[in-house]
Design a protein around this ligand. Structure first.
Ligand code: NAD
Ligand code: UD1
Length: 340
């Protein structure tokens, strides 16, 4: 059995679908602070199976222990997605972020030791690289000081897992996600940002849906192909599949203490303008945009060298940018009941 924390969230729900479709028994833990319980209905509609669900604050050790008393002895693996992830909010409320993201991880590690659960996959982020000196970045590229408390929690969590895996019987993998976008092909699950989206693709789809007047592109004077920032946009379904490959690697790993890190991206950088153009190609919709000033904290360019994941996880991204954008649009339309 696999415990998926944050399993009703964006990436967690897509991973639950892949796990169930590959025969895993899945139990979801989430406090629904950034997701809705109805996601479980959607997972059931897609897979024919409803994961067992516990509503629990994972940062609360007592609450979590009660849940583990019920399920801990059946678990072989944990995929730990649950975290707060809003970069701007983390700058204003650092303690909220440190408490939630660090306590949650440490509570999970305590329960893993208590129930001798060997395998952990952790959601890290390319944010740990900051503005890299050279692109693409490999896992050996030095981490930089984080731009935000959120980013710092990811670096600190990586270190907590590394140090714990040295002394506890723990096999662990951190996956450093680049920019996840897209939605399941059924359009039954997808990303549901609260309020005005900060991230590019939800802003683009909401503009296409007429909810936002226009997209502001944050700066066109960067040293890139067309002056706009470059990112590595990875389809969430490809990303979900990477978790299965990571689990498989841990399941066959014979060392009792192991820790490894993998970049999960496409290996290809795309500029903001390229995303806007790809959206037009994929959907036929020209999104209104204007060029605005740079956004504080934005980095010029980051994209992944994925050789390590390709060779050691036997994983490779398969879906392209246009496919991902089409699926984001289908999800937005389905969610808002917009006709074609
Ligand atoms: P999400 O907000 O959609 O999902 C996270 C889930 O965790 C939510 O359902 C939320 O309710 C739950 N949660 C948060 N704190 C909790 C707590 N204390 N107890 C129980 N449940 C709690 O986010 P996502 O985009 O699916 O991200 C999943 C993970 O991937 C996070 O760790 C995030 O930091 C990381 N990540 C995300 C991105 C991205 O762009 N989406 C990029 C890199 C890394
Ligand atoms: C952001 C976070 C990062 C996090 C990642 C995934 C910041 C500074 N970084 O990354 O820590 O890991 O999300 O959740 O918030 N853009 C526009 N107009 C918009 C929105 C975005 O031009 O309205 C541009 C941005 O300047 C950037 C690109 O689109 O160049 C992607 O932005 P976004 O989706 O917010 O992701 P990141 O900034 O890469």
């Amino acid at each position: 059995m696999v415990i998926v924390t944050g399993g009703t969230g964006y990436i967690g729900s897509h991973t639950c679908v892949e796990l169930i479709n590959n025969g895993y028994d899945v139990v979801v833990l989430d406090n629904l602070s950034n997701s809705d319980e109805s996601v479980l209905n959607s997972i059931e509609e897609i897979t024919g199976k409803r994961p067992q669900f516990f509503k629990v604050d994972i940062d609360n050790a007592e609450q979590l222990a009660l849940v583990f008393n019920k399920i801990g002895s059946q678990a072989e693996s944990i995929i730990h997605f649950a975290a707060k992830k809003a970069v701007g909010e983390s700058v204003n409320e650092p303690l909220l972020y440190y408490r939630n993201n660090l306590d949650s991880l440490m509570n999970i590690l305590v329960e893993m030791e208590r129930f001798q659960i060997p395998n952990l996959v952790f959601s890290s982020s390319c944010t740990v690289y900051g503005q890299p000196d050279v692109c693409p970045v490999t896992e050996a590229t030095p981490r930089k000081e984080a731009e935000s408390p959120y980013g710092n929690t990811k670096s600190m969590c990586e270190d907590i897992i590394r140090d714990t895996s040295r002394v506890q019987q723990l096999k662990a993998i951190s996956l450093r996600y680049f920019n996840p976008i897209g939605a399941h092909e059924s359009a039954k699950i997808g990303e549901l940002p609260v309020g005005v989206p900060n991230n590019l693709v939800p802003f683009v789809t909401q503009t296409a849906a007429g909810i936002r007047k226009e997209l502001t592109i944050f700066g066109d004077d960067y040293d890139t192909i067309d002056g706009t920032c470059v990112r590595d946009y990875i389809h969430v379904v490809d990303l979900a599949k990477a978790h299965l490959r990571a689990l498989r690697k841990l399941e066959v790993e014979t060392r009792q203490n192991s820790y490894d890190i993998f970049n999960i991206g496409t290996g290809k950088g795309s500029s903001v303008l390229e995303v806007v153009n790809a959206f037009k190609k994929a959907t036929g919709i020209s999104v209104n945009y204007k060029i605005g000033s740079r956004r504080n904290g934005d980095i010029t360019a980051v994209y992944a060298d994925t050789t390590k994941a390709n060779t050691e996880l036997n994983w490779k991204s398969e879906l392209g940018l246009e496919e991902a954008l089409r699926s984001s649009w289908n999800w937005e339309r389905n969610y808002r009941k917009i006709r074609a």
